[in-house]
Design a protein around this ligand. Structure first.
Ligand code: GRF
Length: 217
């Protein structure tokens, strides 16, 4: 079967991109990372993509007078590489309704909190301030509102008493690197379908049991 042609949109370090590149190296992985698009010319993610032999394009938003012309340039690249599906991985530009609707249910994002809690740029800080005992990451279909849309999958980690944004962020990021390749694989295998805002899965296993934190004395 033909592999799903995926573009990964990045702005920064690209550790999630790296996890996807590594997963896609397996010959039986059902998706191909066909393009890495960055809006930041010196994003380290671009170096990772090049090292992985993946096509890259830089669309520097500062060179465009408005969001629509910036997104028209994105679309042009996506078309040129016949992209079928987009994963946002630390992409720090808000996308317009028009772009989001053009890629409806073919556009997903990863966010470092258990949505719908702690949307926005300061997820770890907000989770710590709220004294939650668990946090994690969420992969969701993108809808026009920020960090909104049907939730596909989540991974949970404990929040520990000595945590700061950095330690919590690292613990979550490790789970992101596991979850993102898994979900792109399931999508590429047509094992995830969306109807309205409801998601159904074929042939997956579900978590069982419970976690408690603090867990004992
Ligand atoms: C991740 O924490 C992701 O959840 C968020 O941006 C960060 C990107 O990290 N959307 P990286 O560039 O993949 O290392």
């Amino acid at each position: 079967m033909a592999k799903l042609k995926v573009a990964v949109l990045v702005s920064g370090n690209g550790t999630n991109l790296q996890a996807l590149i590594d997963a896609a190296q397996d010959p039986i992985y059902p998706a191909k990372i066909a393009l890495v698009l960055s809006n930041v010319p010196n994003a380290y993610a671009l170096t990772r993509a090049k090292a992985g032999g993946i096509a890259t394009a830089v669309i520097d938003h500062k060179q465009y007078s408005d969001r629509l012309s910036f997104e028209a340039a994105l679309q042009k690249q996506l078309q040129a590489y016949e992209i079928e599906f987009i994963g946002l991985a630390g992409f720090m530009r808000l996308l317009t309704d028009s772009f989001v609707n053009a890629w409806f249910n073919r556009l997903i994002n990863i966010h470092p909190s258990l949505l719908p809690s702690f949307k926005g740029m300061n997820a770890h800080r907000d989770a710590l301030a709220a004294s939650v005992r668990f946090s994690g990451c969420t992969i969701h279909y993108v809808r026009p509102a920020v960090d909104d849309g049907p939730i596909i999958a989540q991974a949970v980690v404990p929040v520990l008493p000595d945590d700061n944004e950095n330690t919590l962020g690292k613990r979550i990021l490790k789970q992101e690197h596991h979850l993102y390749p898994l979900i792109i694989k399931l999508i590429a295998e047509n094992r995830i379908s969306v109807s309205g805002e409801q998601i159904t899965f074929k042939g997956v296993r579900w978590a069982s049991g419970a976690m408690v934190n603090p867990s004992s004395v």
